[in-house]
Design a protein around this ligand. Sequence first.
Ligand SMILES: [Zn+2]
Length: 363
Amino acid sequence: MHRIVVEPPKPGVRLIEDDEPIPGPDELLIETLEVGIDGTDLEIARGEYGAAPKGEPFLTLGHEALGRVLEAPDDSAIRRGELVTPTVRRGCDLCLPCKSGQSDFCFTGLYRERGINGLHGFNSERWMETEEYLVPVESGLREVAVLTEPLSVVVKALDQLLKIQERLPWKETGDLAEKKSLVAGSGSLGLLATFLLRVEGAEVLTMDRQADDAVKSQLIERLGAHHLNAREVDPLTLARDFDGFDIIVEATGAPQIPFHLLPGLGDNGIMVLLGVPGKKMSIEVDAALIVREMVLSNQVVFGTVNSNASHFRRAHGDLTKILARYPTEIRQFISHRQSWREFEVVFGGQRKDVIKDVLVWAE
Ligand SMILES: [Zn+2]
């Protein structure tokens, strides 16, 4: 059986052949259909992040997967032939969030993550998993279900955001309709946030450093959102025109961006941080201005990471809505589908016009 591996912390990705997995009594055997590639995979491939399972030299890459059940225990609620999307994080079994099925809030830091940290990922022909970490998906979502994992991270972020904004009960806070929103970054999370905010009826500006005629910029405009090239337009001037944003979604991972954007947040506004900065960076900010505005305007800034099975289930519902409203655009979002045998192209460095890479393992 083939799998795509790295040898952390060494850079480089390669293909190895390995024995077939033999499922334990509680485990299902899954055939991989598709695996999405994201920035974390590329970081691991560059040797900047990631850890192999204890005692093993290699880590199988890939944490955004769609699979089909080949074998299931007799008492499993998930049956042979069903499509499944696996969650990523496996809890520490020590803290209350992990014991409650919410390892995305783990506070010991002793969790492991498939394809990232201490557990093999899904870029192999077959893999095994227990039922609790598999979320079945309807066959109608077959074409886009590989997006479940990244979308679930956005689902969790917007869910947390709405929960916090319940502090404003007079403001129709239960939904995102007509909320003035700024999304910073047009990576997978930024674009999926744009899709979801638009589906929920928000007014959206999505900001990146791409030209207006770039592939991503055009996709953003087709969603009825506005594309903003941060090289050309000052977002704060725009925020003033917008009378302050209700919501800012930070998905660039550039650590200075939240500080630059905070003055654009409106009264009672909320900023969610999704991007994880890498390199160390110091900047000069007008701290008094930022703190004063946050206090006098009742603003909230919060961070969020990962997702759990409940967010995967909701992501399937949201994918159904997105597919109904933006059928062409969500297919265009998966800009590059290629055989797993072409993995070196995907990990080989910058390519033009890539929105989302997906490796195809089986039809
Ligand atoms: Zn925990």
